[in-house]
Write a new protein. Sequence first.
Length: 266
Amino acid sequence: MKKKKPAKKKVPAKKKAKALKKSKPIKKKKVVKKAAAPKKKKVVKKVKAVKKAKPVKKAKAAKKAKPKKAAVSKKAKAKKVASPKKAIAKKVKAVKKPAVKKAAAPKTKVSLPATPAVQDLQRQKAVFTLCSCQMADPWSIEQQAAELKVDPHCIIQTLVMEDEVGKPMLVLMHGDQEVSPEELAATIGARQIAACNEELTEVHTGYERGAISPFGIQKVMPAFMEKSIAMMPEIYVGAGQRGLLAKMKPGELIEKLKPFMVSIAK
């Protein structure tokens, strides 16, 4: 005898519905939703954010900026270099202006007395200063010294003397001393030395008495100077006009006149 299969129990509809409801949540557990969480970790987006920084572009910008700065610096240097040139040019102009004024100073020499002595000193480019004395007695060395407020010893008198044959010569002596004719004759090997009279003095020199100068004389003649004159700091010699003296260093007179040094003072 065949055994009868047990009849299936009929499940009520409500229970089926409940079972379905219970089974639905199992279906709701979609692993796909959980997998969606990793999608949020968009590494690609983060990498893109880093790429946005683009350090390469910054480097290019820096490279562009450097030439600009260099160009500006060159212009600035050019301006800085140009400015000293302008300053130097201004300084040079400022120096040139006083030079022109200084060059105009020699024009005052036009007003100097145009004596042969002054012209001779100027021609020889001697360094001297003219001094004028307003004296009652133009032959008085003491008055000249008093007006100039100097020692008569530094005022040099120019004498015209001659030997026994009438050969003229210039003799320079201190204003407060006299010439020893005997000493001069013995020094130059002459028999006799004497002073020339006023007429011969003017003929030989071209100057009148009281205006005789060792410079600019008409005749060429030897000059003898007392050697102690060379030791003076400054001297005053006649300038070709009464009351007019030329102040200079003894070395200037020696260089231009080239006198023979002698010791002939009394």
